[in-house]
Design a protein around this ligand. Structure first.
Ligand code: HEM
Length: 220
């Protein structure tokens, strides 16, 4: 999985220590994502208004959304496993299709959730921007592979996956904000929703365009 980021490094340039560092980072990310998924399934696995709070009357949308979102979070790392695209191209293509389908389902349900949300405009706009970022990054990645540009496909799939992880990042950012003694006002929540995907994606853009990278990898 370190391949995701190392794809931006010229072949042979990754030292053992760096490789280990990426593995540690990915394992940490996987542990945090699993924790998020268990919490979500634990909460919404209890079919009653108390656990669903404001989602009880919109549970149909929520189930579709969570179903697609779980597929995206789980299949993302499968896509990135280093040698699959080369050694198992059919498996890579099929899990990619399910990933894409999950994303479309989660996005369509997000539209339903946004349209029925009692949240203030700043928050619904932040959700809409996240959905758009999810679609755009994945579509650019698809376009890349259809044109045979594997490097572009990888770069943009990495960004699409970083957007997929936005709810995970958000659930880290919000408690951190509160732990610093701040109140979670609606405006703050909206800003954190933006930050939860825009920051990781921006960091990735900076990373692949860092001057020491080869011009081929840095293109876009
Ligand atoms: C990245 C694009 C995503 C967008 C645009 C998005 C959008 C939304 C929206 C609009 C809501 C309802 C907010 C409201 O009613 O005020 C919501 C809630 C929720 N979403 Fe997403 N979502 C995304 C990704 C995901 C993923 C990947 C998961 C993984 C399972 C997920 C799980 C949830 C859950 C569990 C809720 C209920 C609130 C909670 O318990 O946190 N979402 N999402």
């Amino acid at each position: 999985m370190s391949d995701v980021f190392e794809s931006a490094v010229p072949a042979g340039g990754a030292s053992g220590a760096r490789r280990l560092g990426w593995w540690v980072l990915w394992l940490l990310l996987a542990a945090i994502s699993l924790h998020f998924l268990f919490k979500v399934l634990g909460q919404y696995g209890q079919l009653d208004p108390e656990h669903y709070t404001m989602y009880w009357s919109r549970r149909g949308w929520l189930w579709l959304h969570i179903g697609g979102g779980v597929l995206g979070i789980v299949l993302g790392p499968v896509q990135f496993l280093s040698r699959w695209p080369r050694a198992r191209p059919r498996l890579h293509r099929w899990s990619g299709r399910f990933y894409f389908g999950g994303m479309l389902l989660a996005c369509a349900a997000a539209v339903g959730l946004i349209a029925t949300s009692p949240a203030p405009l700043a928050i619904t706009l932040a959700f809409a921007a996240t959905a758009l970022a999810w679609l755009v990054t994945a579509l650019v990645a698809m376009r890349g592979i259809r044109r045979g540009d594997v490097a572009r496909h990888r770069r943009w799939m990495t960004r699409a996956y970083l957007v997929t992880l936005a709810p995970v990042s958000f659930r880290l950012l919000l408690p951190a904000w509160i732990a610093l003694g701040n109140a979670p006002s609606p405006d703050v929540i909206a800003v954190l929703l933006w930050v939860s995907w825009a920051l990781p994606v921006s960091l990735h853009v900076v990373w692949v365009n860092w001057p020491r990278r080869s011009p081929v990898m840095a293109a876009g």
